[in-house]
Design a binder for this molecule. Structure first.
Ligand code: FCB
Length: 433
């Protein structure tokens, strides 16, 4: 990587990301809580339970963020707390969020708030959740209320986290709540989420003219296992279309997947884009498989800890650069709203941080307007269908005692935040110079 110092632009945002259900605890009024109670739904029978205890005392982790030199944090607000029954908003929930957001600000930490991060209130889930087109206006109503109540404390808003991941895992693969397996429903969900994004984008702006509102897109890269094999090339291309391009293309052109009608509002619904990047897959055509493809890490590549479904993914830093180039087509600022890896013993994460940030630096050097990065996550938290088995934290967390222990990578990230970049020393210590 050479001996140069990788300095990021002045005012760069350095933080971590979380989501309500994964950290707050006792979110029993949403579809995920119900899903967790089903036998076999979560690896090892884990539950979110008290999670990281944020509903009562997020502040101790806010202190940790400040100690670690972070100047931003991405969190989500929980729809089922704010609107526990349809059209009935809970002022106490809003008061707690005001306290949390104020607490971040007092510590010099700029909040970025996501309105929907995988969980849906039970009352809406009972009416079909995101398969029901009526959700679009209901989500917008909630978004407007939240922006009116919290807008003085929040400038940066994300409408929806990872629509394609949500549609695929919850409605195609059946491994996220509500656990359906229906291509037809998955496509309907993706479209309703894109419509929901536009409606929420407008709702937030109606309440707060100068808000900055974006969508969070997980970009996963798909490369043909054998670039010479037309079947592999086609399979990789199709995966990229369905997972990445249906969403990105819709936001660029205003055309929903399989639709010829252009919606101007959809094409102008991004003040920024949030990029979540984790990994890439090698893709091979395989007629014995259900989706006619097999996906796996590149042979011999470094992989992170495995989840219930096998390898979580290849450690592929250049993919972050490629993903940034892919989302740089809108001409809007970009935040890396999540990057991280499951690594319980923290023997990969320090290098991972340096190699991935080098790719962010590279993209910025080529003019890509990256404004900040959010590591997933601050502490270990409830990792959806993988329960507590996958550990993404800069700090280890024991969910039984609530004890936090900073990992070596946590110290390194703190040094990076303070230096506003990566120094030759850091590279040398990790054997990267
Ligand atoms: C992302 C999710 C986030 C977390 C990470 C590991 O897809 O947005 O909630 O689970 O993966």
């Amino acid at each position: 990587m050479g001996n140069d110092r990788l300095r990021l632009p002045g005012g760069f945002l350095w933080g971590t990301a979380t989501s309500a259900h994964q950290v707050e605890g006792d979110n029993h009024n949403n579809d995920w809580w119900a899903f967790e109670q089903q036998p076999g739904a979560i690896w090892h029978g884990d539950r979110s339970g008290a999670a990281c205890g944020w509903w009562r005392e997020a502040e101790r982790d806010f202190d940790l963020m400040r100690e670690l030199g972070q100047n931003t944090h991405r969190l989500s607000v929980e729809w089922s707390r704010i609107e526990p029954e349809q059209d009935a908003f809970d002022p106490e929930a809003i008061a707690r969020y005001r306290q949390m957001l104020g607490g971040l600000r007092e510590r010099g930490i700029e909040p970025m708030v996501t309105l929907h991060h995988f969980t849906t209130p039970l009352w809406m889930a009972r009416q079909g959740g995101w398969t029901n087109p009526l959700i679009v206006e209901r989500f917008a109503k909630y978004a407007r209320y939240v922006a009116e109540e919290l807008g003085d404390l929040v400038q940066l808003w994300c409408t929806i986290n990872e629509p394609a991941v949500y549609a695929a895992e919850a409605y195609l693969l059946g491994i996220h709540a509500p656990g359906h397996r229906s291509p037809r429903e998955a496509l309907a969900v993706l479209k309703n989420m894109l419509r929901g994004h536009v409606a929420a984008y407008r709702a937030v702006h109606a309440a707060q003219l100068y808000a900055e509102v974006g969508l969070v897109k997980n970009v996963r890269l798909f490369d043909p296992a054998n670039p010479q094999a037309p079947g592999d090339r086609l399979a990789a291309w199709l995966m990229d279309r369905a997972f990445n391009e249906w969403t990105l293309h819709a936001l660029k052109t205003g055309r929903l997947p399989f639709s010829v009608k252009r919606d101007d509002a959809l094409a102008h619904s991004l003040d920024f884009i949030g990029l979540n990047y984790y990994t890439r897959d090698m893709v091979a055509f395989d007629s014995r498989q259900k989706l006619l493809t097999r996906r796996f890490p590149a042979p011999g590549a470094e992989v992170s800890d495995a989840g219930r479904e096998g390898a979580y993914g290849e450690v592929y830093p250049e993919g972050l650069y490629r993903a940034l180039k892919k989302v740089n087509r809108y001409g809007v600022p970009i935040y890396v709203t999540e990057f991280g890896l499951p690594d319980a013993d923290d023997d990969q994460r320090p290098r991972f941080l340096l190699t991935h940030l080098a790719q962010v630096h590279r993209a910025i050097g080529e003019g890509v307007p990256v404004r900040g990065v959010y590591h997933w996550s601050l502490t270990d938290n409830f990792e959806w269908c993988d329960g507590w088995a996958l550990r993404f934290g800069l700090a280890a967390l024991d969910p039984r005692t609530g004890e936090r222990r900073l990992r070596r990578s946590g110290e390194l990230y703190a040094a990076i935040c303070r230096e506003n970049g990566v120094t030759p020393d850091m590279l040398e210590r990790e054997g990267l110079s």
